[in-house]
Design a protein around this ligand. Structure first.
Ligand code: NAD
Length: 549
């Protein structure tokens, strides 16, 4: 093993040990005697996963995985826990989450270290992810005293119409590799105060992050006798097993990942409720009045942070032609000087891609952009001054030709279509810019009219995050209006990434339509009951219907 490799393993072992997981070897198949894990919960009968650090490609350990039989057992136990958890007063459920928030504060450094070693995030971003878990715990504690319904005026005399929100049942949370802890926390903290057990299926690329967090949860469950142990499960398995399992007794599947995954889940879920947080292809418009100093910072953080592997990463930039060249040159200068390398080293801002597959898909996307007439700046692999074995790249800035809308292509093709009206839809203007390539590629193009730029911005199948940089109030309001951005997140004078947990998070179209985190996203984890209470002593019927016996 290389010097780097042994270093990564030693650092991960140390972080896990501080979290109470004594030996990395114990993760091999989850030995039955390990007190932090229930053997039946983990059912290590699936194929082991080899876990590698993206920092240097070194193998950290093998992790045992669950079989589909194991998941059946878990669902049954989650069902039992639900029977008592749903009748536990919500503020008491909140107490569990409050204490979890305290533990996460205590182990913030260790958890962030796991994120850095397993995902390659720089410490600032890794600490930010753990802070997001703490923030959502705080939010959920307050929420546990506010799970309120409406009282509605009844049309019948001496009747009361009211809404109540009741716990839903076991919630399955499937998470992506790029936010290996926070996304689980957004779901789990709310699901728990809402009275539901949580079953977590993390990405097969980041099981150590999940094991680290879950050992804290299990420790807390041992400290709190009043909380049923079956409210928290961790299922490590690859996507094939996750797909085969019939999650029959789960009442909500909350899944975060690619749009491909969303389609597969939606197909197999049938009528089970789903909450889907899928791929984004986020755009920004830079208007003539934009502050370019602010623009460069917002663009670079949005496009290269987490090495372009955020769902909210900035991927498409529409710049007014009057500012295009100036902004392009400032961005090129910023990109040229980006500190790229080992994320554990001070001063580094861009760490590695998750793996070689991500590198290959980045190179394919750059090739496609070239073939569409794009000019590619940077995007190459970096091999000097970085740990060998990791996939380090200089983020790419790609100048793309001015785009046509798909409807323009369609119109043009109709005009030229042969007599039978046949239109070759393969030529309808599909571009690599329409796809989410999960890597740091920023496509840049120019515009003349704002309405046209907004139409181009919206002319993709994803709808997660968007931004406009302008000091013109009318432009900002148009972008935020019903005729503006069609995304779930619409920002003015800040970038596309870096959402706060207080607002509802999620996107439209192929991003899945789900909303997690703040605002009233908690309603996804509960079922609504509308009750009519008659205290009149008569039986008047709604709509004035007479039905005399
Ligand atoms: P992925 O789709 O490959 O995997 C995500 C998770 O889904 C993993 O745990 C995987 O094992 C599981 N999975 C995949 N197919 C499944 C199936 N058929 N049945 C059950 N489980 C299945 O995604 P990834 O590469 O880990 O993450 C990157 C993607 O996630 C990007 O598209 C990114 O935009 C998206 N993402 C979206 C958000 C959001 O909030 N919208 C947040 C983070 C990441």
């Amino acid at each position: 093993m290389s010097q780097n490799g042994s270093n990564s393993k030693a650092r991960v072992v140390a972080a896990l040990m501080r979290l109470g997981i004594r030996e990395l070897n114990e993760l091999n198949g989850f030995s039955d005697h390990h007190e932090d894990h229930e053997p039946s919960e983990l059912m290590p009968h699936g194929a082991p996963l080899a876990i590698r650090s993206p920092i240097d490609g070194s193998k950290l350990c093998d992790v045992g995985t669950a079989s589909s039989m194991g998941t059946l057992n878990i669902m049954e136990r989650a069902g039992w826990a639900f029977d008592s958890w749903r009748m536990t007063p919500a503020p008491q459920r909140g107490e569990f989450v409050r204490r979890l928030g305290l533990k996460l504060r205590e182990f913030k450094t260790e958890l962030a270290e796991l994120i850095t070693w397993e995902v390659g995030k720089i410490p600032q971003e890794a600490l930010g992810e753990v802070q997001e878990m703490i923030d959502i715990c705080d939010f959920a504690v307050g929420l546990s005293r506010q799970l309120h319904g409406l009282t509605i005026a009844s049309e019948r005399a001496r009747h009361r119409l009211m809404e109540q929100w009741h716990p839903l049942g076991p919630v399955l949370v499937i998470t992506a590799f790029n936010f290996p802890m926070a996304v689980w926390a957004w779901n789990a903290a709310l699901a728990w105060v809402c009275g539901n057990p949580v079953i977590w299926k993390p990405s097969e690329k980041t099981p150590l992050c999940a094991i680290g967090v879950h050992s804290i949860v299990k420790g807390l469950l041992r400290e709190m006798d009043s909380v049923p142990e079956g409210i928290a499960f961790l299922v490590l398995c690859d996507r094939e097993v996750a797909h085969q399992v019939s999650w029959s007794s789960v009442k909500l599947i909350s899944a975060t990942g690619s749009t491909r995954m969303g389609y597969e889940i939606a197909q197999s879920a049938g009528l089970t409720r789903t909450l889907l947080e899928l791929g984004g292809n986020n755009g920004m418009i830079v208007a003539p009045s934009a502050d370019l100093e602010l623009a460069v910072r917002a663009i670079v953080f949005g496009a290269v942070g987490t090495c372009g592997q955020r769902c909210t990463t900035l991927r498409r930039l529409f710049v007014h032609e009057s500012r295009y060249l100036e902004l392009r040159d400032r961005l090129l200068a910023a990109y040229r000087n980006l500190p790229i390398g080992d994320p554990t080293k001070p001063g580094v801002l861009v760490g590695p891609l998750i793996d070689g597959q991500a590198f290959d898909s980045m190179q394919r996307a750059l090739e496609a952009a070239r073939s569409e007439g794009g000019t590619v700046h940077f995007g190459e692999r970096i091999t000097t001054g970085v740990p060998a074995g990791g996939y380090y790249v200089r983020p790419a800035l790609v100048e793309m030709p001015v785009r046509l809308l798909k409807e323009d292509y369609y119109g043009a093709l109709i005009d030229f279509a042969p007599g039978d009206g046949y239109v070759d839809t393969s030529k309808m203007g599909d571009s690599i810019m329409d796809e989410e390539t999960f890597a740091p590629i920023l496509h840049m193009t120019r515009y003349q009219e704002l309405e046209r730029a907004i139409a181009l911005h919206n002319d993709v199948s994803q709808g997660l995050s968007s931004a406009i940089l302008t000091n013109d109030l009318r432009e900002a309001e148009l972008f935020c209006s019903a005729a503006g951005s069609d995304c779930g997140l619409v920002n003015v004078n800040c970038g596309t990434s870096g959402a706060e947990i207080g607002g509802a998070f999620g996107g439209e179209k192929e991003t899945g339509g789900g909303r997690e985190s703040g605002s009233d996203a908690w309603k996804n984890y509960m079922r609504r009951v509308t009750s009519t209470i008659n205290w009149s002593g008569e039986l008047p019927l709604a709509q004035g219907i007479q039905f005399e016996l």
